[in-house]
Structures are given as C-alpha cells and as structure tokens.
Design a protein around this ligand. Sequence first.
Ligand code: 13P
Ligand code: SF4
Length: 308
Amino acid sequence: MAEREQDFAQLSAEILDLKKKHNAIILSHLYQRPEVQDVADYIGDSLGLSQEAAKTGAEVIVFCGVHFMAETAAILSPGKTVLLPEVNAGCPMADMVTAEALRAKKREYPDAVVVCYVNSSADVKAESDICCTSANAVKIVRSVPVDKPVLFVPDRNLGNYVGVKSGRQIIYWEGYCNTHDKLTVDDILQAKESHPGATVMVHPECRPEVVALADQIFSTSGMIKFARGNEAAEYIIGTEMGILHQLYKECPGKKFYIASNKLICPNMKATTLQKVKWALEEMQPRVMVPEAIREKALGAVERMITVK
Ligand code: 13P
Ligand code: SF4
C-alpha cells in the first residue's frame, strides 16, 4: 500500500472508532475529496444530505461539505451537535446575498414569493418563503401560486434555468457559483470534439449558454442516478470534479470526462481526513444557529420538504 493510502487507512480506522464512541454520523457532499467520501455514512447532494440530517438518530453530525450545508443540518436538528471539520469552508455564492439586502429587495417587490436556493445562510432562509435545492428547484417554483412573481436568490443561473423550465416570471439575483460559472461554451465544444458521442451532463449552476448545449441537466445525485440507469458508456461532466469518484464507483465500465479542469471548488476540498478526526476528538468546530433565526429558517426548509 502506498504511504498516502496507508495514512488514509489509519485515519479512517481512527475516525470509525471515534464515530462509534460519540454516536456520530458522517455526511459527505459529492464534491468532497475521495478519501473523505469513503469514510462517510451517507454521500449525496444538498437535498439528500438535508433529508439524512433530518432523520438521523445519531447525536453528532459531522458535515463534510460547506457552511450552509452544516447550517441546514443545524436548522433541521436543533438537539444535535453539528460539526463542520473545516470552519472556513464557505460557499462564495451563498455570501452573495445577505438578509439585509434581501429585505430591501422584498420592499421593492412586495407581492413576490421568495424562493431561496439552499446555498444561502440561515439568516437569508429566515427571510424567505420557501427553500429549494438544484434537485427540486423547478418543482418548488411551480408550487408557487401562478399569479405571484418569484424572487429567486442567490443564483442567477439556476434562476434562469427554473424560469425557462417552469415558464414562471422570475426576479433574479446577481449571484453565481464561481466554480460552475467558469465553464464556457468553448470548454463544452472542445470536450465534445475530444469525445464525440459522449452524453453531456451539466449542473444547472452553469451559465445558460452552457446549459443549452447539454443533453441532460441534473443535480449531483441526479447525474449519478442517470449514468447508473442509462445505456450510454461515455459522459462529459459539467460539475465539480469530486463527483467523478462516485460516478466511477457506481458505474463500473463507464467513462467520465470532466468538461474542464477549472471545475474545482476550493472550499469543498478544504476538508481532510485529519480535520474530520480532529473534529470528532474536540467536538469542534460546531455550527449553531440562534433559535429565533432557526425557527424562521426552518419554516422555509420544511415547506420545501413537504412539496410533493
Ligand atoms: P447539489 O445540490 O447538486 O449537490 O449542488 C450543491 C452545490 O453546491 C453545487 O455547487
Ligand atoms: Fe458554492 Fe459553487 Fe462550491 Fe457549490 S461548488 S459550494 S455553489 S462555490
């Protein structure tokens, strides 16, 4: 076994012991480092992770992802200890909207229903009517009464995508993911030239002109489910490259090509096995949401979960 793999094996064994000792569960987003995904009890997209956080019987949730995801777990599970192994793992897009700026926009559009992408702070969720993830955004926007405009925050690209799919009037926010927004039409055209015949799957956080070139548009878990059940043997992937690990694990024999080497989120890569171990040893860094904010934010998250 290579030295690095040995370190990973040793750290993973220690993490497993600590997990049992503290009655903890490890949740990992699909963009995490492969070795972090491999130590997790559940690996998924934002929707799946929030559903797992809501139903777990564990006392401690170790969230291998970014801050808004751990915060969502804390909103859903107030009695539990939620740990974010790398305290500085944030989401730059989530930081592009503040509660104060959203309150000002709501005054401009008093009739609008506020739909907030889960990639937002608890403060912003507390100011919103309903939350959504990339997996259910179209369904959530369609659930808004037809005579109401939708104020969609903070991702303009996802807002554009749901506007086109739902035919609803959307008031956009000028936020974006600076990983997905880097993917260009040229990147996709080049990837298609190198791999003719491969199915192109992109995340709806990509720019509209990139989404227009894709064969399929999915959340991260949606991509895995599709590739598993589809006959095509080759895929061009337009999302953060951490997803390749589960795609290869779950789809043996198939080939996946990342659409661009720019598709890397530094915040998602900040969590390491060593930090997961420290978090379980120290029960730190802990993510907490003040109760008054939590209660209001919970309303938006629960309304999302109940939309059928
Ligand atoms: P998913 O909900 O598709 O996992 O996306 C989360 C995210 O942060 C995408 O950049
Ligand atoms: Fe945020 Fe983009 Fe990173 Fe997802 S990939 S966590 S949206 S910066």
